[in-house]
Design a protein around this ligand. Sequence first.
Ligand code: UDP
Length: 285
Amino acid sequence: MVAVDNLLTGRMTNLEHLQHEPNFAVRQLDICEPFDCGHVDYVYHFACPASPVDYSTHGIATLRVGSLGTFNALEIAKKYGAKYLISSTSECYGDPLQHPQKETYWGNVNPIGPRSVYDEAKRFSEAATAAYRRYHKVDTRIVRIFNTYGPRMQLNDGRVIPNFMKQALRGEELTVYGDGKQTRSFCYVSDEIEGILRVARSADSGPINIGNPSEFTILECAQQVLAVTGSKSRIRYEPLPQDDPKQRCPDISKARELLGWQPTIDLPTGLKKSLEYFRLAAGVA
Ligand code: UDP
């Protein structure tokens, strides 16, 4: 197995536990340039900044990896007759007008707004993947990941759970954007990975939503973090970023029926499982 990363938002330390695996290697390179690590049976294309702060800071890199990077990854699959899976996103649904979101919904995306570098790059990735399936007969899968969290997230990547965990553990105010009534549905990382692996092994090309359908307002999420950390932090309201989706919840009927998959870890349990990592990352003993 070869992992390829340019470490724009990733860190080598996340792979330390794998360094003695005999069949695992890491190559630090940028998939926006053509690359070839030799024969592979399966290409998993996860490369992309994924937090709104990261993809705003790295807007052009985000567009490049979704377009050029996706073509290069698809070319590897085509060359070696390998299967191919692309991690897409609930952002394909934009600020959704259908709720919960089914895979058949085409979305409500602002093509030129601050989130468009990510949303449109991922929509383009899906289009390119579907085209390689049609024209080049590459055996492809598309998985749409909804908000996912857990150990090894960057503490400062700006997403809501690392922000709230860090703030709660350090006794700082929790920054709630807008009135906090917008909703998200949070999936613990081990559930997410199990779902993705089942998509990879299934015969269905997708897209398939993989996420946790338990929906919380951001204020409820803040309260959950306060409860798990035992923090006395207060809440501070800040302006809502432009085009911030008002609601987000996956319809996972397809994953349930086709893959027999559904998440097993609810938000309080997942936050508890993540606590030790965030304590260490935040420098709070
Ligand atoms: N959010 C917040 N405070 C923060 C970070 C995020 O209230 O410190 C909100 C953000 O406005 C959004 C939700 O939490 O409504 C989820 O944001 P995140 O960046 O984690 O992911 P998104 O689903 O927006 O891509």
